[in-house]
Design a protein around this ligand. Structure first.
Ligand SMILES: [Zn+2]
Length: 57
């Protein structure tokens, strides 16, 4: 089973995450590579931590 990162389109292989031609791979699962996963988590956390009120600097 091949997992492809839906953000940077890298696929998971035995050697780690590498960029491959997705047309040649048997893609069965979409997800995030570790780098994009961390990025996404941070963005979500930053979004949640922002105050709901809109104030000008
Ligand atoms: Zn990625």
């Amino acid at each position: 089973m091949t997992t492809i990162c839906c953000k940077c389109l890298k696929t998971k292989t035995d050697n780690g995450w590498t960029k491959t031609d997705s047309r040649d791979a048997n893609i069965l699962s979409h997800g995030y590579c570790p780098a994009c996963y961390q990025e996404t988590i941070k963005k979500i956390q930053n979004y949640r931590q922002q105050p709901s009120e809109h104030t000008s600097p």
